[in-house]
Design a protein around this ligand. Structure first.
Ligand SMILES: Cc1cc2nc3c(=O)[nH]c(=O)nc-3n(C[C@H](O)[C@H](O)[C@H](O)COP(=O)(O)O)c2cc1C
Length: 145
């Protein structure tokens, strides 16, 4: 099967903590747009850090990532992995959301290398999907790379 989808994983930081209203607006906007352009993914957020996985048609993902890079709601975007794939991992979510615990986020950011191999990035994305499917709120020991 040809690998016609692109999946990217990046991290970034907010300048100021987003209010619940701003976060809801961002998720709403993302879900609406992503559905239209066949993009799926997940956004993890805690206080000042984002981790996002985006997957979809190559040109759509690249165009969206360009917009995201210019978004003033965050900065310090680091592309951790980019790979081609033949299937969606987050097919059930236009943009899944994890309000990740501070402990998990700290550990993830510490353990997440500057770059991930494609295998590790896939494994990591599946762990996030597992977290989405089993939302044990605010645990401090849920995700490992
Ligand atoms: C951390 C972060 C993640 C985002 N994720 C998405 C996304 O998945 N989809 C999306 O359309 N916009 C996302 N955005 C918003 C885009 O940067 C941009 O504001 C939006 O796509 C513009 O939409 P519009 O062209 O409909 O005005 C994100 C922004 C931030 C700060």
């Amino acid at each position: 099967m040809s690998k016609s989808l692109l999946r990217i994983l990046y991290t970034s930081k907010t300048h100021n903590r987003l209010s619940d209203v701003d976060l809801t607006r961002l998720l709403h906007q993302s879900r609406e747009n992503n559905q239209r352009i066949q993009i799926h993914g997940i956004l993890c957020y805690n206080h000042f850090d984002f981790i996002q996985v985006l997957e979809g048609p190559e040109t759509a993902v690249i165009a969206l990532y360009k917009k995201i890079l210019d978004d003033e709601r965050h900065h310090d975007c680091k592309l951790i992995n980019i790979c081609l794939s033949n299937k969606y991992i987050f097919n059930n979510w236009a943009m899944g959301y994890i309000d990740i615990s501070q402990g998990d986020m700290r550990r993830l950011r510490q353990e997440l290398p500057e770059k991930l191999s494609n295998d590790n990035a896939d494994k990591f994305a599946y762990q996030l999907k597992h977290y989405l499917n089993n939302p044990i709120k605010k645990t401090d020991q849920t995700i490992f790379i």
